[in-house]
Design a protein around this ligand. Structure first.
Ligand code: SF4
Ligand code: SF4
Length: 98
């Protein structure tokens, strides 16, 4: 018999290996996020909530748990302020249901 699970529960089933000190995604110029980006769309498009809008207008990025979907790179087309690459081999997300 199958049971119904929500997205958060499914994401919790994934495993993530952190590459300490070597984030595979970086915000190129944080000052652009704070001063020029009206939408800060990355802060609500990311399914893993890696981007966070801080109260002072800045945006912080913590790539732990990144699903490697690429949405943040796509959504930041106006400012092209996201430097994105896949994690090094052996690091990053391990999908169990993906
Ligand atoms: S969408 Fe791009 S420029 Fe805007 S806050 Fe996010 S990373 Fe910064
Ligand atoms: S690649 Fe996807 S999951 Fe990873 S930080 Fe960007 S939007 Fe979030």
């Amino acid at each position: 018999m199958s049971t119904v699970v929500n997205v958060e529960e499914k994401l919790f089933q994934n495993r993530y290996k952190v590459d300490h000190g070597r984030p595979h995604i970086q915000i190129k110029q944080p000052e652009i996020c704070a001063n020029e980006c009206q939408s800060q769309a990355c802060t609500y498009i990311c399914p893993a909530a890696c981007y966070k809008a801080e109260g002072n207008g800045t945006v912080t990025l913590i790539t732990d748990g990144c699903l490697e979907c690429g949405s943040c790179r796509v959504i930041c087309t106006e400012h092209t302020n996201v430097a994105w690459e896949y994690p090094r081999g052996g690091h990053g997300i391990l999908f169990k249901f993906g």
